[in-house]
Ligand binder design. Structure first.
Ligand code: GDP
Ligand code: MG
Length: 166
């Protein structure tokens, strides 16, 4: 099995931490560099019987830069021609405008989107459940998974989940 995955979310939700956890510390993460229109490959995770290519989706994770315009462009461009989009959020924080903004922009996207609720190590279970319920009201996620990218909690479960979309 092989396929393409993009990881999006507001700054500081743990995108780089997740990639580092999955791909190993040696991989250079370039997601925080200036926005470009090129597709960037973050890294490739190769397992015994699978290969997952993580790519960047410019224009979606930088809501400050003319989101609407960039979103439409990105949605139409090949950068969104992935098998699954991981929408990562920091579930230790209340659901805010940053997340809402990105999810609004994703409404017209045909690619399946999975909600990745990160930082569960820092979150009371009751809060996590409430926030996940709020988010699933905002967007028709294909699936939901709670993880700690930092501690590696359920990151292998996430890999399994990704493979279901290939
Ligand atoms: P990015 O901007 O989305 O790439 O976010 P980073 O990966 O740079 O993470 C932002 C901050 O959140 C860093 O200080 C990370 O150590 C921290 N962080 C990321 N994932 C987790 C997690 O699962 N649990 C906790 N407690 N902190 C995390
Ligand atoms: Mg980052």
């Amino acid at each position: 099995k092989s396929g393409f995955v993009s990881i999006i979310g507001r700054p500081n939700v743990g995108k780089s931490t997740l990639l580092n956890n999955l791909l190993g510390q040696k991989v250079a993460i370039t997601s925080d560099k200036a926005q470009t229109t090129r597709t960037k490959i973050h890294g490739v995770l190769t397992g015994e019987d699978y290969q997952i290519v993580f790519i960047d989706t410019p224009g979606i994770h930088k809501p400050k830069h003319k989101l609407g315009e960039a979103m439409v462009k990105a949605a139409k461009s090949s950068t969104l021609d992935v098998d699954v989009i991981l929408f990562i959020t920091d579930i230790s924080q209340p659901v805010g405008r940053g997340d809402q903004f990105i999810l609004e922009g994703l409404q017209k996207v045909k690619t399946p989107v999975v909600l990745v609720a990160n930082k569960i190590d820092q979150t009371v279970e009751k809060d996590a459940k409430e926030r996940i319920a709020q988010l699933t009201q905002l967007f028709p996620f294909k699936d939901v998974i709670a993880i700690s990218a930092l501690q590696g909690v359920n990151t292998q479960g996430l890999v399994k989940l990704i493979l279901e979309f290939f």
